[in-house]
Design a protein around this ligand. Structure first.
Ligand SMILES: *Cc1c(COP(=O)(O)O)cnc(C)c1O
Length: 386
């Protein structure tokens, strides 16, 4: 038996079907709705054919999904039109009216909105939990609890959760664990190995990697594959072949890009932690971060996204800081090749997040770290002068 390939090799090799595409290295974009059959008999035997209808998969979508599945160590990956669609689809695959789910308090904001809105309307109740609750999550379980939904490190505040502890408790209670694993990607947090049942990626971020595609994935083991693919088929969900093509193109270089995002992010985080304007930095790869021990135990790397709590500062000064920056775009999303910065706004209902000043979120892109530091230095100078 050949040894299991390393993630860098899988990212390059997985999902390729050159022999079926005239030797082309990449699977081309198949834009199709109708799949024609050669005969009456083959039409009648449609269930046996590999491709039956555009919505149900094309070679392009299949190449992308196979590549992600291999990276995730999953039996099955499905692609959806956005990261948020992957999140809501995963939840809807499992819940019924009358069920209860547990969701981390630092979850991506739109996930919370879905739970509080559409999911509540469908008769599913949500309890938000402190991301640091660990095995104590057991106290929140009800007989009808079906999902523990976590995100680690969490959106905007970057607390690290004890995901294996959640999995141990959830499985004992017959519930599944879903994880929004966009921050670490399967490269830096092997979610399924850590006990997660549904590993979710906003592939819009690091998999796509170029700020030009919206796409999401859900990856599961054999145990949940039938349920997931059945729901996705019945709900008519799929990601476009063009988007799968772009996402797969991004995936090929993700290990190289992520290593640099990690390095640049850590360089910026260490530098900014020394600034007099900064109260604390939210980055689990920093030795001083409260989540560092768990991060070290469970993760194999960090991406370029982290938070900074500033000391109290006026809106005028904050605006002067943001408006001076040249290399940091002011905009949502992250995971592309370019640096970004935003003021962070978030809701917490289970656990107050203690910060006296504003929280900002930085995405370290692939630029030269010295140039990025010079840019931030200029921003802080303008902040002081304003
Ligand atoms: C961006 C993001 C999403 C949503 O992805 P979209 O493709 O924008 O829908 C989900 N989770 C996290 C953590 C994100 O940052």
């Amino acid at each position: 038996m050949t040894p299991k390939a390393k993630p860098e090799t899988i990212a390059v090799a997985a999902g390729r079907m050159s022999a079926e595409h005239f030797g082309s290295v990449n699977t081309p974009v198949y834009r199709t709705s109708t799949i024609l059959h050669e005969s009456y008999a083959s039409l009648k035997a449609e269930a046996q054919s590999r491709y039956s209808y555009g919505r149900c998969g094309t070679p392009t979508t299949e190449s992308f999904e196979h590549a992600v599945a291999e990276l995730e160590g999953a039996a099955c990956t499905v692609s959806l039109p956005s990261g948020l669609a992957a999140i809501t689809t995963a939840i809807l695959t499992v819940v019924s009216a009358g069920d209860h789910i547990l969701v981390t308090d630092n979850v991506y904001g739109p996930t919370r909105r879905f739970c509080n809105g559409a999911l509540k309307r469908l008769g599913v109740a949500t309890t938000y939990f402190d991301p640091l609750i660990g095995a104590g999550i057991e106290a929140l379980f009800r007989p009808n609890t079906k999902i523990v939904f976590c995100e680690s490190p969490g959106s905007l505040t970057f607390e690290v959760s004890d995901v294996p502890a959640f999995a141990e408790v959830a499985h004992r209670h017959g519930a599944v664990v879903m994880m929004d694993n966009t921050w670490a990607t399967p490269l830096y947090f092997p979610a399924l190995e850590r006990g997660v049942d549904f590993s979710i990626q906003a592939a819009t971020k690091y998999i796509g990697g170029h700020s030009d595609v919206m796409i999401g994935t859900i990856s599961v083991s054999e145990e949940h594959a039938k349920l997931l693919t059945g729901y996705v088929r019945d709900a008519g969900l799929f990601a476009s072949p063009d988007d799968c093509f772009l996402a797969l193109r991004g995936l090929r270089t993700m290990p190289v890009r992520l290593a640099r995002h990690w390095g640049n992010g850590l360089t910026l985080a260490r530098w900014i932690a020394q600034r007099p304007e900064v109260a604390r930095v939210l980055h689990p790869a920093l030795e001083t971060d409260p989540g560092h021990t768990l991060w070290k135990r469970d993760f194999t790397g960090a991406c370029g996204l982290f938070g900074v709590v500033l000391k109290p500062v006026s809106e005028t000064k904050l605006a002067a800081f943001f408006d001076t920056l040249k290399h940091f775009g002011l905009g949502y999303s992250w995971g592309g090749y370019e640096s970004l910065i935003i003021p962070a706004q978030f809701v917490r209902t289970a656990q107050r997040f203690a910060a006296d000043g504003p929280v900002i979120r930085i995405h370290a892109g692939l630029e030269d770290a010295g140039d990025l530091i010079a840019d931030l230095t200029g921003g802080f100078a303008k902040m002081e002068a304003a």
